[in-house]
Write a protein of this length. Structure first.
Length: 463
């Protein structure tokens, strides 16, 4: 029995250095653990041999012997095509034209397991098909269930014959609904099969309990916590809501983020970030900007920080007027108090919701946002940490449009004395057409039309 205070990890990450002790690359060589792996039966990371991690010339991981991976082969598009394990098992992956995984093949002990993915135009998984025990029959294994986001999966496991779907749909116990936190981490899944409880033993059901199908706690970077996870059947998704590749290194120890593959025990991706030139201040292997408590990695390319209305303090409705909930760098105004409500009513904790819920619409640059606080959740703050000017850069995670916010400088003339926006021209970095005006036309850097302010300011400024 392991005592609760037993240490787990005291990790040292070893990188290549020159004779002066300066880093020469971001490629992790190996990991040393100052704690014996026997404390947790080697379920966590343990000491690795020198230069355990191998790479190709462009920084893709090609081997990880300590975790049973002898070879990783990559496509020219930065996708894993084959994995060979030290025990002889092998995996093969294929992708569609946009880079989404559409087929996985796993060979273990002479048995070939095949998985096919059906996806929508955005790359979301709609259904999963496969065989069983190496046979040639195709089964409808899973159907993803969605509301505004994924709710869970229907795990039918039926053959593709007429009427089979309708019959299975009426059966209890085949659906799994995920319970997630603000980061999208799947903390548990419950079945649609309820359990009746006769509390007073009179033969009548007093209430129902859900059937827990899986549960998991995570360390900050996503490793499943030892002895704090379990499952009665495979649920495909885990940390950040991403698909687990359990065949490679064990349950939850490798994940497919879409654009890249992630090792949550190490906290690093297996390949270089394709956008590393846009974010030179981060390691090209880093996960979520090294801020896993507050941020998620959307697809292996960019981080996103969920914005939630603070749950504290508890609010008291005033007698007149409105309630404003501070949310720097802006605020949300709730509707006026209705006359029918009791005065001085304490309403407790407000609903947890997206600060920009319902606002994911294109910006109308003839009437731009009054401040960055009015931007929707699609806009990510990519301001360089060394920027001390007060200006802020934002990138739209869907359209890839880049914009800049310049706050006013008190007492300064012209535009410098007014809050305003700039729209970067995605097709040029020349001063002559560096920005876009409010209509989307290229304009020179420093020109009047490159400054976009609120309509009420336009008559106040002489360019």
């Amino acid at each position: 029995v392991v005592e609760s205070q037993a240490d787990m990890d005291r990790l040292s990450y070893i990188y290549p250095k020159d004779n002066n002790g300066q880093l020469t690359a971001n490629r992790l060589r190996h990991i040393q653990d100052g704690v014996s792996g026997s404390n947790y039966a080697n379920k966590d990371l343990v000491n690795q041999a020198a230069d355990n991690y191998h790479y190709d010339n462009i920084g893709n991981l090609t081997a990880d012997p300590a975790n049973g991976v002898s070879q990783i082969q990559w496509t020219v598009y930065g996708k894993i095509s084959h994995i060979t394990k030290t025990n002889g098992d092998a995996l093969k992956y294929t992708y569609d034209a946009t880079g989404n995984r559409i087929y996985k093949e796993y060979i273990s002990g002479g048995v070939t397991s095949r998985t096919w993915y059906a996806r929508d135009a955005q790359g979301n998984t709609l259904a999963v098909y496969g065989n069983k025990n190496g046979d040639s029959q195709v089964y409808w294994n899973e159907q993803d269930l969605y509301g505004s986001s994924r709710l869970g999966t229907w795990q039918a496991g039926i053959t593709l014959t007429a009427g089979a779907g309708a019959t299975a749909w009426s059966q209890e116990g085949l659906s799994r609904y995920e319970l997630t936190n603000h980061l999208g981490n799947v903390l548990s899944t419950i079945s649609d099969q309820r359990v009746g409880v006769d509390n007073d033993h009179n033969g009548a059901i007093d209430y129902y309990l859900p059937t827990i199908a899986s549960y998991s706690d995570y360390t900050p970077f996503g490793m499943q916590m030892v002895d704090r996870n379990g499952s009665t059947g495979g649920y495909r998704y885990g940390f950040n809501g991403k698909e687990n590749d359990n065949e490679v290194k064990g349950d939850g120890n490798q994940q497919d983020y879409g654009m890249r593959v992630y090792d949550p025990r190490v906290g690093r991706f297996l390949s270089v970030d394709p956008l590393t030139k846009t974010y030179p201040w981060w390691s090209p292997y880093a996960f979520a900007g090294n801020s896993p408590i507050v941020a998620v990695d959307l697809d292996g390319l960019e981080i996103w920080i969920p914005r939630l209305i603070p749950l504290e303090p508890i609010l008291t409705l005033p007698k007149p007027g409105t309630i404003t909930v501070p949310l720097p760098p802006g605020e949300i105004v709730l509707p006026p108090v209705m006359p029918s409500l009791p005065r001085d009513l304490t309403v407790g904790q407000p609903k947890r919701m997206e600060a920009s819920e319902g606002a994911n619409l294109p910006i109308d640059w003839t009437n731009p946002p009054a401040s960055p606080g009015e931007l929707s959740s699609e806009w990510e703050d990519i301001t360089h940490p060394s920027n001390k000017s007060g200006s802020r850069d934002f990138l739209n995670n869907k359209t890839k449009e880049k914009i800049r916010w310049d706050p006013r400088k008190d007492g300064a003339p012209g535009w410098e004395g007014k809050d305003h926006w700039h729209r970067y021209n995605p097709n040029s970095s020349n001063k002559g057409d560096y920005y876009l005006d409010k209509s989307g036309n290229p304009v020179p850097k420093g020109s009047g039309p490159s400054h976009i302010g609120m309509p009420k300011m336009l008559n106040e400024i002489i360019v």
